[in-house]
Design a protein around this ligand. Structure first.
Ligand SMILES: NC(=O)c1ccc[n+]([C@@H]2O[C@H](COP(=O)([O-])OP(=O)(O)OC[C@H]3O[C@@H](n4cnc5c(N)ncnc54)[C@H](OP(=O)(O)O)[C@@H]3O)[C@@H](O)[C@H]2O)c1
Length: 228
């Protein structure tokens, strides 16, 4: 069973059809129900991953039906602003989803993975975030923080055949990229050797590779077209 958070986002909506070729999918959304029809192995669940109570009822509802969990953390919030003026409220909103949400959802599902001695945890980090783009203080900190979280999980649970890895995603013509202005988009394209944005199948291929691999653990896989 694949559990994908961020199923209603730009990447989530596109990747689902690829994931359904690999396993059944529970797509987690928060405020916007995805348009794609459910059925044929796909269901959607509304869960605010920043709230332990929501996660608890999700696990209570699904717990006994979950097996061979691949947990893909796609949900994220990005609120930009220069550091000097960045508000504490915005910082908290970003961290609540991007770091705390990942942690809470992982923690709630770990007992199921441990019971089966099988689990795959995949975090979506961001190339831009890891490079520290100006105006992205909280987003960048959260996306770099995920690497620490993933490495801890990799070490704590490897002996239970549970792996944790990070996909460091470059620039894709969906979701968060579309929020940039034309100047920013142009600058980004200039940093990519092929001058093109990524296709979602690249992310799906990496997910499939990680699902099939029990010795790729604590890794960061760059999917960025070789961008600087
Ligand atoms: N697009 C890119 O080019 C790119 C580049 C680098 C990295 N990434 C990474 O790839 C992932 C997906 O990006 P995207 O472009 O698809 O982002 P997006 O279009 O902004 O989608 C964000 C997703 O996060 C969900 N979400 C936000 N708050 C939530 C909460 N409290 N509880 C549960 N879900 C919540 C949203 O759900 P609702 O809309 O239902 O609220 C939505 O499905 C992110 O982790 C991002 O950092 C993307």
């Amino acid at each position: 069973m694949i559990i994908l958070s961020g199923a209603s986002g730009g990447v989530g909506k596109e990747i689902i059809k690829h994931l359904l070729k690999m396993d059944d999918v529970i797509g987690i959304y928060n405020s916007s129900h995805p348009a794609a029809p459910t059925g044929n192995g796909l269901v959607y669940e509304k869960v605010d991953i920043g709230k332990p109570a929501g996660i608890k009822s999700f696990v209570k509802k699904w717990g006994h039906r979950l097996s061979k969990i691949t947990l893909i953390h796609g949900a994220a919030v990005k609120i930009d602003g220069l550091s000097a003026n960045y508000t504490e409220a915005d910082w908290d909103k970003v961290m609540r989803v991007n770091l705390k949400g990942n942690f809470l959802l992982t923690q709630a599902l770990l007992p199921h993975m441990l019971r089966e001695r099988w689990g795959r945890i995949i975090h979506f980090s961001s190339l831009g975030g890891m490079q520290g783009g100006p105006g992205t203080i909280a987003y960048s900190a959260s996306k770099t923080g995920l690497i620490g979280m993933s490495r801890v999980l990799a070490k704590e649970y490897a002996r239970f055949n549970i792996t944790s890895n990070v996909l460091a995603i470059g620039y894709f013509e969906v979701g968060l990229f579309n929020a940039l202005n034309n100047d920013e988009k142009k600058k980004i394209l200039n940093k990519i050797p092929s001058k093109k944005l990524g296709g979602i199948s690249n992310i799906a291929n990496a997910v499939e590779f990680l699902m099939k691999s029990d010795y790729v653990n604590g890794a960061i896989i760059n999917i960025d077209g070789g961008a600087d």
